[in-house]
Design a protein around this ligand. Structure first.
Ligand code: PMP
Length: 401
């Protein structure tokens, strides 16, 4: 029997990163591929205590809860946002099952087939997948060392027919996945001004800003949007506990204006009724335990050392082939080939040498000519990073330019 799948699921493309999973189990593989936090940095003891506390109130933690989120967690997230300079009230927050769900809800409620959405090039692939399945028209905007090229976006908007204007602009402005870049304060102001002028929403995806290695925090786009005026903030803020506490909790959240939040809450009702009550209570207990800040500080110190080891190897041994901007936080180095390389041969040679990366094309809405590699420094220790970079050099030497 052949089943007539919905049009958009006839030939769906799987996630290019998840398709790398089989290579991970090859013996001796060093992976720079997934955006996985370091397993050695999970605060299992703190989470065990938080889980025990959550289960003391089993009547709440094991029951269905409000779609908007458990009030205890919502309160803890309002405080966490406050610590990042984001002033919000409980009514401004929607708890989601990972921040991936938050983006999915925004697309379900905001995008009809044919609507235009701008993304960075390179951008986070799960967002491309969501947009493609929704039938969005994806417009990419270049990224340079200061993040999204807001002037390029402005030029494009100026020449754009009203019907081709974007409804959403998606960005990871701080320690971007995959480019590692951070949007400068001046560009943040300019992007918010463009949102007001052309009437689009900015989706600020921010899972990484607390993983800062150097420099002072930059005001979030959400804050810039709130300061610019009138309770009519064009920025929707998304964040997650996946990179700082544990991805298995599947706790993300959205902060934004009431009209958007109300529709996303209805869409979430049909998606999963509510995020796991147990996970929410564990997260709330953990955030209230005082262990969150020291855990994040430990992760920052460790990731900074790993990033430096990776950059050191890039500069000392791989500079002939690759060029990268040093990230001030996050988990990723975006290494661009200095001259076009046969990306497929490089990937195969790297797998043979037992080192894994994500080929740059996974992050592009539209193919580009250059070759790039996303290298995550989060999951492996310094020694493994040094060895992995040596193997990458070995692979690069075998691939003709
Ligand atoms: N946005 C970005 C930029 C990410 O890198 C990730 C995780 N790789 C997510 C969202 C998804 O996070 P979550 O686990 O909260 O769904």
């Amino acid at each position: 029997m052949s089943f007539a799948f919905a049009e958009r699921y006839r030939e769906p493309a799987g996630s290019p990163i998840r398709e790398l999973f089989p290579y991970l189990s090859l013996p001796g593989m060093i992976s720079f591929a997934g955006g996985y936090p370091s397993a050695g940095l999970f605060d299992a003891e703190g989470l065990r205590v938080a889980a025990g506390n959550a289960l003391l109130e089993a009547g709440a933690s094991l029951q269905y809860g409000p779609t908007q989120g458990d009030p205890l967690l919502v309160q803890a997230l309002v405080q966490a946002c406050g610590a990042r300079g984001i002033a919000c009230a409980p009514a401004d927050v929607l708890v989601t099952t990972g921040s991936q769900q938050a983006f999915d809800l925004l697309v379900r409620t905001g995008i009809d087939p044919g609507d235009v959405v701008c993304v960075e090039s390179p951008t986070y692939p799960a967002v491309l997948q969501t947009l493609r399945l929704a039938g969005a028209r994806i417009q990419d905007v270049p990224v340079d060392a200061e993040g999204l090229d807001v002037d390029a976006l402005a030029d494009w908007l100026r020449g754009c027919a009203p019907a081709d204007r974007p409804k959403l602009v998606y960005t990871v402005p701080t320690f971007s996945n995959p480019s590692g870049t951070t949007l400068s304060p001046a560009r943040r102001e300019a992007l918010v001004a463009l949102a007001r002028e052309y009437g689009f929403l900015i989706v600020e995806d921010d899972p990484y800003s607390e993983l800062r290695f150097a420099g002072a925090p930059v005001a979030s786009l959400y804050r810039v949007g709130a300061a610019a005026g009138g309770g009519d903030n064009p920025v929707i803020y998304l964040s997650s506990l996946s990179k700082t506490v544990a991805p298995a909790l599947r706790i993300g959240w959205m902060v934004g204006r009431a009209d958007v939040l109300r529709r996303c809450t209805v869409a979430k009702q049909t998606a999963d009724l509510c995020t796991s009550g147990l996970a929410q209570r564990i997260a709330a207990a953990y955030l209230d335990s005082g262990r969150y800040a020291p855990t994040v500080a430990r992760a920052c110190a460790e990731y900074a050392a790993r990033m430096r080891a990776m950059m050191q190897a890039l500069r000392a041994d791989l500079a002939e082939w690759l060029d990268a901007v040093e990230p001030a936080g996050g988990m990723f180095v975006w290494a661009r080939a200095r001259r076009p390389l046969d990306a497929e041969r490089l990937f195969k040679a790297a797998v043979e040498a037992r080192v894994l990366f994500v080929p740059g094309k996974a992050f592009r809405a539209v193919p580009t000519s250059g070759t790039a590699l996303r290298l995550s420094f989060a999951a492996s220790g310094v020694e493994a990073i040094e060895e992995g970079m040596r193997r990458l050099g070995q692979a690069l030497r075998t691939v003709p330019g």
